[in-house]
Design a protein around this ligand. Structure first.
Ligand SMILES: Cc1cc2nc3c(=O)[nH]c(=O)nc-3n(C[C@H](O)[C@H](O)[C@H](O)COP(=O)(O)OP(=O)(O)OC[C@H]3O[C@@H](n4cnc5c(N)ncnc54)[C@H](O)[C@@H]3O)c2cc1C
Length: 381
């Protein structure tokens, strides 16, 4: 089914993204896997191509295009090579950018956004702690006022871009008695005394991504690094999780669709019992189902994307898109592994890696259970 949410400018931008993936990422993918990170040169090239700051105002070095579709097109094209690329870049362009643009003071924007756009400043968003990620309001990292500064203590885990980030937005408790209403966002910079990174975590999939633990031991944060108002952090995160979740949904379906297309080509070539394996009715029916699932999901995700562009996407619809696309992605990739037979289980085949890469999409950015909880709350039950 033809997608109808893009115009010529989007198509031109997509071509540039494809060229970037082809020239800069694909030849270096094994290096990224070995190093468990993209490396600074990838970020700088993204910056040179003008791909990091599409939604950043022009006065701060961005393109000043208030159209989420551009960064989602980049995410789609990155997902098609490997899910980790859209995870790492998406945290920066889709997740962190809105915090800095919407909540930053003029001084903060001047300090961080120009380098954010050039790739000289890599960012991360640190909400999750070892004690739990779903119940964000219960987070334990704390910041206590000391004169004009704040003293941050605690730790975060599973943080995408955690090891390489130059600037990390950290959610910390600033009022122990106010639950969700006692959380503040702090911009923690590399090199601040007491800010240490743990190991790069050994994940089941997405080996290209740097996912790390972060530790804060008496880190002195100047007041000029507080983002937004004190104690308003939880609300800020909830508002921006809507965009994060539609971004996640876009990645999920692009990733699955790419491997499905590669699988369709494979089943036409691979032969058993004297014929192409795709021609067996059992497999043909599976592929018909997968293609239907992919296209129906794409249509819903595209509508949500348009609503996000217009500013009307609800948290509940974003939750639907996020959990459903994650399920469809995982179902499609599992079926694709089956169609590739033993090769589908070998890491040197893209389908095997994609299957492992995708598993986390039902867990992160709010697990599928939390998404259903959000939807369920609106049902008046
Ligand atoms: C590769 C990777 C990258 C990540 N990147 C980031 C990042 O950049 N920044 C960041 O802050 N976090 C990041 N995360 C963390 C991620 O968002 C959390 O893992 C996720 O929110 C779940 O939290 P948890 O792991 O603590 O699981 P828990 O909260 O302990 O949940 C465990 C299980 O219980 C279920 N559960 C919890 N509450 C309920 C409920 N009320 N009803 C039903 N079931 C429930 C969950 O759905 C889940 O299945 C990342 C995680 C991974 C794996």
């Amino acid at each position: 089914m033809k997608r109808t949410i893009f115009d010529e400018d989007h198509d031109t931008f997509r071509e540039s993204c494809r060229t970037f993936v082809h020239r800069t990422l694909r030849p270096n993918q094994e290096k990224h896997i070995a190093n468990h990170e993209l490396g600074r040169e990838v970020w700088l090239e993204l910056g040179r191509q003008g791909m990091l700051g599409m939604n950043v105002p022009a006065e701060y070095g961005g393109a000043g295009v208030n159209d989420l579709r551009f960064s989602l097109i980049l995410a789609e094209e990155l997902s098609r090579l490997a899910f980790a690329y859209s995870s790492c870049v998406g945290i920066h362009t889709n997740c962190v950018a809105p915090y800095l643009v919407d909540l930053g003071t003029a001084e903060q924007k001047q300090r961080w956004l120009p380098k954010f756009c050039t790739g000289e400043l890599i960012t991360a968003l640190a909400m999750t702690e070892a004690s739990g990620g779903s119940d964000l309001a219960a987070l334990k990292s704390s910041a206590v006022r000391d004169g004009d500064d704040w003293i941050l203590n605690g730790s975060k885990t599973f943080i995408t871009n955690g090891a390489c980030a130059d600037l990390v937005l950290v959610a910390a408790r600033t009022d122990p008695d106010k639950g969700a209403k006692g959380i503040t966002l702090f911009a923690v910079e590399a090199g601040m005394a007491g800010f240490e990174r743990g190991r790069k975590l050994d994940k089941v999939g997405q080996p290209e991504a740097d996912t790390s633990e972060l530790f804060f031991d008496e880190v002195r944060i100047p007041a000029v690094n507080v983002l937004g108002e004190i104690d308003h952090g939880f609300g800020y995160m909830m508002q921006r999780l809507v965009a994060e979740r539609i971004g996640s949904a876009v990645n999920n379906i692009a990733h699955a669709r790419q491997i499905l297309d590669e699988t369709l080509a494979y089943v036409k070539e691979r032969r058993a019992f004297g014929t192409a394996i795709g021609s067996f009715q059992a497999n043909k029916f599976v592929l018909a189902e997968l293609l239907t699932m992919a296209e129906v999901t794409q249509a819903f995700v595209d509508q949500c994307t348009l609503a996000a562009v217009e500013g009307t996407l609800t948290a509940v619809d974003a939750a639907k898109a996020k959990w459903w696309s994650a399920k469809v992605q995982n179902d499609i990739l599992d079926a694709c592994v089956q169609l590739w037979g033993g090769y589908g289980y070998m890491n040197e085949y893209r389908v095997a890696r994609a299957w492992a890469d995708a598993r986390v999409s039902r867990i992160w950015a709010g697990s599928n259970e939390i998404m259903k909880e959000l939807i369920g709350r609106e049902l008046g039950l």
